[in-house]
Design a protein around this ligand. Sequence first.
Ligand SMILES: *[C@@H]1O[C@H](CO)[C@@H](O)[C@H](O)[C@H]1NC(C)=O
Ligand SMILES: *[C@@H]1O[C@H](CO)[C@@H](O)[C@H](O)[C@H]1NC(C)=O
Ligand SMILES: *[C@@H]1O[C@H](CO)[C@@H](O)[C@H](O)[C@H]1NC(C)=O
Ligand SMILES: *[C@@H]1O[C@H](CO)[C@@H](O)[C@H](O)[C@H]1NC(C)=O
Ligand SMILES: *[C@@H]1O[C@H](CO)[C@@H](O)[C@H](O)[C@H]1NC(C)=O
Ligand SMILES: *[C@@H]1O[C@H](CO)[C@@H](O)[C@H](O)[C@H]1NC(C)=O
Ligand SMILES: *[C@@H]1O[C@H](CO)[C@@H](O)[C@H](O)[C@H]1NC(C)=O
Ligand SMILES: *[C@@H]1O[C@H](CO)[C@@H](O)[C@H](O)[C@H]1NC(C)=O
Ligand SMILES: *[C@@H]1O[C@H](CO)[C@@H](O)[C@H](O)[C@H]1NC(C)=O
Ligand SMILES: *[C@@H]1O[C@H](CO)[C@@H](O)[C@H](O)[C@H]1NC(C)=O
Ligand SMILES: *[C@@H]1O[C@H](CO)[C@@H](O)[C@H](O)[C@H]1NC(C)=O
Length: 738
Amino acid sequence: MAKLGATFSCLLSCLFLLFLGSVSAIKDDLQDKQVYIVYMGSLPSRADYTPMSHHINILQEITGESSIEGRLVRSYKRSFNGFAAMLTESERERVVEMEGVVSVFPNKMLQLQTTRSWDFMGLKEGKGTKRNPTVESDTIIGVIDIGIWPESESFSDKGFGPPPKKWKGACSGGRNFTCNNKLIGARDYTREGTRDTDGHGTHTASTAAGNAVADASFVGIGNGTARGGVPGSRIAAYKVCSARGCTSEAIMSAFDDAIADGVDLISISMGNKTAQMFHEDAIAIGAFHAMTKGILTVISAGNGGPTDSSVTAVAPWLLTVAASTTNRGFFTKVVLGNNKTLVGKTVNAFDLKGKMYPLVYGKSAALSADKEEFAELCLPGCVDISKVKGKILVCNSQDTLGLLEPSIKFAAIAIIYPTVIPDVAFLQPFPSSALQEEDHQSLLSYIESTNSPQAAVLKTESIFNQTSPVIGSFSSRGPNNIAVDILKPDVTAPGVEILAAYSPLGSPASTGDDTRHVNFSVVSGTSMSCPHVAGVAAYVKTFYPKWSPSMIQSAIMTTAWPVNATGTGFTSTEFAYGSGHVDPVAALNPGLVYELNKADHIAFLCGMNYTVTSLKLIAGEAVNCSKDNEILPRNLNYPSMSAKLSSNSSFTVTFDRTVTNVGTPNSTYKSKIVAGHGSKLSVEVTPSVLSFETVSEKQSFKVTVTGSELNSKLPSSVNLIWSDGTHNVRSPIVVWTR
Ligand SMILES: *[C@@H]1O[C@H](CO)[C@@H](O)[C@H](O)[C@H]1NC(C)=O
Ligand SMILES: *[C@@H]1O[C@H](CO)[C@@H](O)[C@H](O)[C@H]1NC(C)=O
Ligand SMILES: *[C@@H]1O[C@H](CO)[C@@H](O)[C@H](O)[C@H]1NC(C)=O
Ligand SMILES: *[C@@H]1O[C@H](CO)[C@@H](O)[C@H](O)[C@H]1NC(C)=O
Ligand SMILES: *[C@@H]1O[C@H](CO)[C@@H](O)[C@H](O)[C@H]1NC(C)=O
Ligand SMILES: *[C@@H]1O[C@H](CO)[C@@H](O)[C@H](O)[C@H]1NC(C)=O
Ligand SMILES: *[C@@H]1O[C@H](CO)[C@@H](O)[C@H](O)[C@H]1NC(C)=O
Ligand SMILES: *[C@@H]1O[C@H](CO)[C@@H](O)[C@H](O)[C@H]1NC(C)=O
Ligand SMILES: *[C@@H]1O[C@H](CO)[C@@H](O)[C@H](O)[C@H]1NC(C)=O
Ligand SMILES: *[C@@H]1O[C@H](CO)[C@@H](O)[C@H](O)[C@H]1NC(C)=O
Ligand SMILES: *[C@@H]1O[C@H](CO)[C@@H](O)[C@H](O)[C@H]1NC(C)=O
């Protein structure tokens, strides 16, 4: 019974803390009215049409009130039509019936999901890299995030001329926010001002297009030149997230504005916990409109890995990015009193000068004997501060560390714990090292073996890691739950331990008790890999300003290099990395591209059996599906090929594709099949040779894949490569069953 009591007091305090976060997150929803997005499709082209007054009329009609004060949250009127408003449930029902209203959906909360990474990708600093400076300077990247720190050196406008002529945006970042000729635009949808007080938005924007800043480091760690993919390009920041999350109505507004403002590319590092149907997904809808206006949207895959089907950005008009390691890794050594050294993984900027301190295991620091079991995990309310003071505390859990009372955290000299994500070094607000399970056990044995255990926690060092890239365990995996025959994620890029600019007001450790103020920080996640690919896409666009989003996407996908993923089964395959690791330099010269336009995507959605109503929601206009404009989803002219089969018996599956020559005239490409993994597949490509007389010429072909005995635990894959001797245009082909 005594034990049960202890369970209660320890766990209660822990539950309370866990709940604090979610209470504030749902505060907005506790009223009887809630924000709905009333989506009205494309803007009418009539000259006399004024969206705002139409929106107000609709609101007056459904509320029966002439004053609609506080009801209209936002009008979308620049790139598509609609508005966001506070409505009751019955008002929602009425507005659905109104003329011109395509659909109404509730406003939702989404979550945000970062030297040397550009060198690693082959885009070197200085003379070694081919650049097109004039066009690069005319390229504008729209970053939809949690704001930006305008004073960061990464966004200094030294050497920049005035914004490109096509720029139609604004600097409305709120109080005390000034744009410049580098950071040319800012908008805020949170009423907080566009200033980034978190760090995430500054990190992503600087990764995509930040200036080269010499001698950047996180408190001396990872020092070197920090820079974005296209340092010569301009940035426009759209703040849609606050500490509570990112609302879909704000995201829709940001797309609406960014498209009209004249951005060339959109980078968005956020997503829901699960994939949404396209017509219920604000990002998919916004990005569809962007696509029709020639703007590619690059998005993070999500941090839900290694679980199958955790990828949340699943529409084929999105370029979805997984996260992988680079050849630089951080580690933090723990030297024990017996001279044994354990190699842990944190980003530890605290320099304890190699001094040894006594070690105390949480269990031995319990407030009372009945709390030992919970003190071992360093749960709040269970550890005795007097037993920890001046010592290195050893805890048995990483997950619960955030809950430990700050007074205890900071009374300890350092904290050592077993890592839950062994492939990532995280920051802590106190000196720390996270050990692999094996090392953690040997630490515990050492503590037991001696009367006065002691250790030193060293400052983080970096190593050159040849075993790279490796896909992050956290990086979200396919298969695609919404469009099962579209392979997602599309590519991988650096997203582990990335050094980039940060907000000095943000907490480096993302905890409330980290009081350090830094200009650069080390962060990991698909949020960090996404802007790398946005930078690559911008880089490609500086050489081919007229290329459509699908051409850029295809160039990036077909030139990606093959990679390996850790894990077993689905998580270790193309479902982790798609077409492979981006290669910015190769992407400039793809040879052939797989093109897609709006009509192709609509035919794909028809083939997905989308109803007229939900199709209208995505496309913004009425479309009737018929035999003439409907294709099997796997026949969408996508740069990768995938098919889900209903069973593991013998099968034959075909893919129709068309490639466009963007290389040289009079070129001949031969098809080649290179083995992947899983059970044996036979592949026939007809025709197997494609000849192009001119540039822009298109040729179609059919791929027929036959096989049997598919393993339901492991997809089977091969690679189709079109080669003219110079270009190798590679597409993974993945067939699977479950
Ligand atoms: C996230 O997904 C859940 C489950 O599908 C859904 O209920 C929720 O509304 C979604 N939230 C957002 C922000 O899309
Ligand atoms: C405005 O921003 C600058 C830049 O960080 C800051 O130093 C200053 O205190 C801010 N001023 C106000 C009034 O918030
Ligand atoms: C980074 O720091 C190390 C160690 O202090 C130093 O040797 C090196 O020169 C620094 N590199 C740069 C680029 O500042
Ligand atoms: C640890 O190494 C130091 C220096 O090499 C040595 O003086 C000391 O005796 C060693 N301690 C043990 C316990 O081996
Ligand atoms: C190098 O990277 C691999 C793959 O992520 C990892 O398993 C290994 O521990 C790393 N090596 C070091 C010395 O950190
Ligand atoms: C951060 O940048 C500001 C200028 O924006 C500079 O004054 C400050 O010294 C920098 N802080 C560090 C720790 O380098
Ligand atoms: C993937 O792993 C296999 C087996 O370890 C190895 O032979 C191959 O070279 C690796 N490929 C890449 C691209 O790292
Ligand atoms: C669409 O409906 C047809 C006919 O019912 C069915 O054969 C097909 O599998 C459906 N496609 C998808 C993607 O659900
Ligand atoms: C779709 O079909 C319906 C019914 O046949 C017709 O009334 C409508 O005009 C068609 N819409 C379009 C855009 O073709
Ligand atoms: C391509 O080949 C045709 C026929 O051989 C020739 O007439 C044409 O000049 C060639 N085009 C180029 C650009 O070499
Ligand atoms: C194929 O499916 C059957 C029936 O579900 C199962 O018994 C068999 O083990 C599967 N074969 C493979 C290779 O997965």
